[in-house]
Design a protein around this ligand. Structure first.
Ligand code: FES
Length: 110
């Protein structure tokens, strides 16, 4: 069930590829789901730099590298880690809630 503040994805963590992002259309726009260790992280699908397809980025552990200009983000903090520049410092992200049935739901972070 979805409400204004929560969106049920219809996906479970088993449906996620551990090596790449899974793009998902939400009421708040396009995001991508990433399996990072035991955690599921949901961040904006397109890069803050020039809207590159960040969901197609290369993954190495919690690191996500944008395929266009190689900006690097840490999915644990959702912050850019390859530069101290303020531009593109943080990725927009959603809270991920895992239901008792394993279904993943998303909620807008405050
Ligand atoms: S569009 Fe992602 S680094 Fe340039």
């Amino acid at each position: 069930m979805s409400s204004e503040s929560e969106y049920v994805t219809g996906l479970s963590r088993e449906a996620l590829d551990p090596e790449r992002g899974t793009p998902i259309d939400t009421p708040w726009g396009m995001y991508s789901l990433h399996l990072v260790g035991d955690e599921v992280v949901c961040v904006q699908a397109f890069c803050p730099h020039m809207d590159g397809p960040l969901f197609e980025g290369t993954r190495a552990g919690s690191r996500l590298v944008c395929p266009w200009h190689s900006w690097i983000y840490d999915l644990s903090s959702c912050e850019r880690v390859d530069s101290g520049d303020e531009e593109g410092r943080c990725l927009d992200h959603l809270l991920v809630i895992e239901g008792v049935d394993g279904a993943l739901a998303l909620r807008k972070a405050d």
